[in-house]
Design a protein around this ligand. Structure first.
Ligand SMILES: [Zn+2]
Length: 123
């Protein structure tokens, strides 16, 4: 069974990782070697189990003490992350935590602005 370079069409040896003619990295090595490594990255710092419960608490607190809409946004995404953690999908969980953090940041900014406006209106 011979493979041919997608880029230049040259016939390739079975152990070639790069095309000997044009130097293109060969896809079937990416498929057979790299993807198991990227899927099984348990213990990698990128895929640590995120603390979704903490963000649910932060979301609830910010909806109580700041603004309801921003707090709900944080809580909703933290709750999604919590579900992802239960199904061991840390990658999606981390994405949802990142979104929850953005909601929280927006909530803090809105909270500070409305506090300042409140002060100014009070004067
Ligand atoms: Zn080639």
């Amino acid at each position: 069974m011979a493979d041919f370079c997608k880029n230049c069409g040259k016939e390739l040896g079975e152990s070639d990782r790069f095309c000997p003619s044009c130097g293109t990295k060969l896809d079937y090595w990416n498929v057979s070697e790299s993807s198991p490594n990227t899927i099984h990255r348990e213990g990698s710092p990128d895929y640590e189990e995120p603390n979704a419960t903490l963000w649910i608490i932060i979301g609830v607190l910010s909806s109580v003490f700041c603004c309801l809409i921003g707090g709900i946004g944080t809580t909703v995404y933290a709750a999604k992350a919590s579900e992802n953690v239960k199904s061991r999908d840390f990658e999606t969980a981390n994405e949802n935590i990142e979104t929850a953090k953005k909601w929280f940041l927006a909530t803090v900014i809105i909270g500070v602005i409305s506090f300042v406006i409140g002060l100014l209106a009070g004067i």
